[in-house]
Design a protein around this ligand. Structure first.
Ligand code: 1CP
Length: 334
């Protein structure tokens, strides 16, 4: 038994591997579908295709878990912002309008995202029972970054924009949490086994604001998932030694390490939690030797604790699928 759900729930030691962004741009079979579907949001709302794309890496590599093909920005989309994915630029959202945001209707929100729930149902029916189906959300802070356009081009935070705005950030965060929990509940009802919460831009939060923007929102969502009896994996990317405080306060079932976190440090400081990931996705662009040496550090260090093999961030678009295959084989034979 190597289901991620089992490892998270019972803290068992066994081999299990999946990769963030395993369904996507580095796979030729995805690119073929994508080239015929120019509108990314529409593609995410095509239940049949979304399910097909979700299962592509499972077919190719027999990974232990599937992650539903969707995007964290489907929530801002369903809350009334236009979302556009421009090639080589990343996502662009229309201006945030508080009046629209606070007038959202929970039923309409669910209806808009219904194709995602259908995709989860179809996928669950086509996925081996012993494999977990992972659903996900963006954490409130990471969504705020996109919704309020808070990032400068250099991937730094526009602090002035954050401080000098007329928004009531606490109320926006609370409202977001409410809708994120609805989205999670709908995904669980549709058949998702595990939830991953991506706080990809947590590293941009000024140290004194970490509790307010990262720890508390993640805690509220993890507590919701605990009441729903579904295991959670948190990914507060870039918060360095604050991983320890995050784990102590939020108490998720699992925590994904980013590539900056030293595995030896993680093993000694992060207790009562299943560790996941860590390997730098850039290493998959290097020689096979470099990639496998990098992987050995994690596999060796974590061999006697519950650990899910994964990366420190998503697979990069330039990744050669054969390298992915070699990495999985190396891990399974270790
Ligand atoms: O142009 C294209 O073909 C679209 C590329 C693409 C894909 C394949 C985007 C645009 N999103 C996705 C799918 C996606 N996004 C998945 C499902 C696939 C899988 O994981 O197997 C998931 C889990 C996400 C999550 C996501 N989207 C995050 C959190 C994880 C992370 O990488 O930090 C974030 C920050 C986004 C925003 C986003 N969506 C897409 C882009 C280009 C971005 C900006 C961030 C980035 O460049 O990765």
């Amino acid at each position: 038994m190597n289901s991620v759900k089992e490892i998270l729930k019972n803290k068992v030691i066994c081999k299990s591997v999946w990769f963030m962004r395993q369904a996507g741009r580095y796979l030729p079979e995805f690119r073929e579908i994508r080239s015929k579907n120019k509108d990314f949001i529409k593609l995410c709302l095509n239940s049949e295709l979304s399910s097909l794309i979700t299962l592509q890496p499972i077919k190719r590599f027999n990974l232990d878990s599937a992650i539903i093909f969707s995007d964290i920005l489907m929530v801002p989309y369903a809350l009334g912002q236009e979302v556009d994915f421009t090639k080589n630029f990343g996502p662009r959202l229309s201006n945030f309008d508080q009046n629209i945001f606070f007038q959202n209707d929970k039923k309409k929100f669910t209806n808009k995202l219904d194709p995602i729930y259908k995709a989860i149902e179809i996928t669950r029916n086509n996925l081996d029972r012993e494999k977990s189906l992972i659903s996900f959300i963006g954490a409130p802070w990471t969504l705020l970054i996109y919704m309020l356009n808070l990032k400068t081009n250099k991937n730094e935070l526009n602090l002035l924009k954050l401080q000098k705005n007329n928004y009531n950030l606490s109320e926006i965060l609370e409202e977001l949490i409410t809708y994120l929990c609805i989205h999670l509940k709908n995904q669980i009802n549709a058949g998702a086994d595990v939830v991953q919460i991506f706080d990809s831009w947590a590293g941009l939060i000024p140290s004194s604001d970490i509790a307010r923007y990262c720890l508390l929102p993640n805690l509220k969502i993890v507590e919701f998932c605990k009441r729903e009896n579904i295991p959670t994996i948190c990914f507060p990317k870039g918060i360095k030694e604050k991983y320890e405080e995050f784990n102590r306060m939020v108490k998720p079932d699992g925590i994904n390490l980013d590539s900056e976190i030293d595995p030896i440090w993680a093993k000694s400081k992060l207790k009562n939690v299943v560790l996941q990931g860590g390997l730098n996705p850039n290493l998959l662009l290097k020689t096979e030797r470099e990639m496998l040496d990098g992987a050995t550090k994690y596999i060796q260090e974590f061999k006697d604790i519950p650990y899910i093999f994964n990366l420190g961030h998503g697979l990069l678009p330039e990744t050669d699928p054969d390298k992915v295959k070699k990495l999985i084989k190396f891990y399974r034979n270790f």
